[in-house]
Design a protein around this ligand. Structure first.
Ligand code: ZN
Length: 200
């Protein structure tokens, strides 16, 4: 329930104009029947967005979550997060919660078997302990990439240049914490400043 103040208009004989005056009289009205005001900003290109999220795979295993951490801040529409999540967020406002299932094509891509390579063990420093699961920065014709060691033998190391989440359907539960316009300098730098962003 809210309230609405009534204003009464009367004709002022002395000035010949209509004047209105608040009589301090308030009537209550049922807010439920009134359309919900859209005061909150909607997510669109170049808004700064903060979300709490939990990411699970199709087996329900939690792959990543912001729980226990600060919300994730990012600039919408510049590819800082996967495209499927940007699409799902578009038009939503702070306070909204939703779940979305994102196919690999709009997540971290499909797996590409040509990114799996057998590298001779002697390409790595002899004293380096190479273990399954380790990640390295490697250079490729397409620029720097992160590779994950998938297998180690005496002579070879198998490395996989696919993103660890490539080929996976990503199930996000999202809670939108904040939506605000980006500042000039944030648009300039292409990233968020202040809480959850860069401090400089
Ligand atoms: Zn900056």
């Amino acid at each position: 329930m809210g309230h609405k103040c009534l204003t009464f208009a009367f004709f002022q004989k002395s000035t010949g104009v209509c004047a209105s005056v608040g009589m301090g009289y308030c009537s209550t009205f049922n807010q439920d029947s009134a359309p919900k005001p859209k005061f909150s900003m909607q997510i669109s290109q170049h808004t700064v967005v903060a979300i709490d999220y939990t990411l699970t795979d199709d087996q329900g295993t939690v792959l990543d979550t912001s729980e226990g951490r600060e919300p994730l801040y990012f600039l919408q529409g510049v590819g800082q997060i996967i495209s499927g999540l940007e699409e799902a967020l578009e038009g939503k406002s702070a306070g909204e919660q939703f779940s979305v299932s994102i196919p690999p094509e709009k997540g971290y891509g499909l797996r590409n078997d040509s990114l799996i390579q057998q590298v001779p063990r002697d390409r790595f420093p002899a004293d380096a302990e190479i273990e399954k699961g380790m990640q390295f920065r490697a250079s490729s014709p397409d620029g720097p990439m992160v590779v994950t060691v998938t297998d180690v033998s005496l002579d070879f190391v198998m490395v996989d240049g696919n993103h660890p989440l490539a080929g996976q359907t990503l199930n996000f539960a999202v809670d939108i914490v904040e939506v605000r316009p980006a500042t000039e300098s944030e648009l300039d730098h292409g990233h968020v400043h202040g809480p959850g962003g860069a401090h400089h």
